[in-house]
Ligand binder design. Structure first.
Ligand code: ADP
Ligand code: MG
Length: 285
């Protein structure tokens, strides 16, 4: 049977917007010695804005229109930014065979032409040649190709959450190092990691690469907590010793598979969860 104090701990946590899905996770969270986090939507707001537009052989409006034609069907935070900036009328546009390619972006037939909208990994996958015009800049890149031709790119950026620096510092103080795992590109990951004081990060990861990192850490005997928000994060949230999901902006899949749900999307709640876990264990009778 579960000692009564655990229910007190779960109740205290839920008052603070931290939902433990079982008393066993009170124990598990206190044993965590390694934290892995997603970037977009977890350490950053997950609210993107189009910063720069580089069309090649067409107007900015036309480039945005191509991107928006596909993004109108996506729930990725990047899609929202593009739709906000778009001025093209999408009503007469015929989009068929839309595919969302995890960690890459989107592919569809638009008025009979094959359109790709996503990162450069997506263009590589379909053997489309490109030149990156935003190499040094921090931000996510959305590249667009039509019938195998690169027609330009957008630079989209996302702000760091105000509580993220404090979270990494507090975890360090508890002797728990944080690793950032992201599908975003190297330049952006490096910029964000250095702003946050995160020493170890991996960029350009596909969903299966995130799984591999968590598996590797577990194999070396680490007790891993993974905190994320996205559809792609559901498998790693399941795999980690303790999986935490952002309950606000987070995807349904992430929330469903999580052991602990953070209601207000504040990353510092992982620190509060550990502290509540420790207090609970110290008073269990
Ligand atoms: P993360 O949350 O770490 O950024 P995701 O798996 O959500 O990881 O996304 C990885 C990358 O895939 C994004 O940074 C982006 O480059 C690309 N991507 C995914 N979905 C889309 C989309 N709908 N439109 C454009 N790019 C996308
Ligand atoms: Mg994410």
């Amino acid at each position: 049977s579960i000692p009564l104090g655990y229910f007190g701990g779960i109740g205290l946590a839920s008052k603070h917007g931290i939902l433990f899905k079982g008393a066993n996770f009170i124990d598990a969270i206190t044993e965590v010695d390694t934290v892995m986090m997603d970037k977009t939507g977890t350490l950053t707001e997950g609210v993107f804005e189009v910063q720069e537009i580089k069309p090649i052989g067409l107007s900015e409006e036309e480039l945005l229109g191509y991107a928006a034609g596909l993004e109108q069907y996506s729930s990725h935070p990047i899609a929202k930014a593009i739709l906000q900036k778009n001025t093209a009328n999408l009503e007469g546009v015929k989009v068929e065979q839309l595919e969302e390619i995890a960690g890459h972006g989107l592919k569809a037939l638009v008025n009979g032409k094959e359109v790709l909208v996503g990162n450069f990994k997506l263009l590589d996958k379909y053997k489309v040649a490109f030149e990156d015009h935003f190499v040094e800049q921090s931000g996510s890149i959305v590249a667009v190709a039509v019938d195998g031709i690169f027609i330009g790119q957008l630079l989209i950026s996302d702000a760091i959450k105000p509580q993220s620096v404090k979270t990494i510092k507090a975890l360090q103080k508890l002797n728990i190092p944080t690793t950032m795992l992201t599908g975003d590109r190297q330049a952006t990951a490096k910029h964000i990691a250095s702003e946050l004081g995160i020493a170890t990060f991996y960029a350009d990861l596909l969903p299966q690469d995130k799984i591999e990192q968590v598996e590797l850490a577990k194999k070396t005997g680490k007790k891993v907590a993974f905190m994320g928000d996205g559809l792609n994060d559901a498998p790693v949230i399941t795999l980690a010793n303790v999986g935490l999901a952002m309950g606000g902006l987070g995807s349904d899949a992430a929330i469903e598979t999580a052991d602990i749900v953070i209601q207000n999307d504040n990353p510092y709640q992982i620190v509060n969860a550990i502290k509540i876990g420790k207090i609970t264990k110290s008073v269990v009778w």
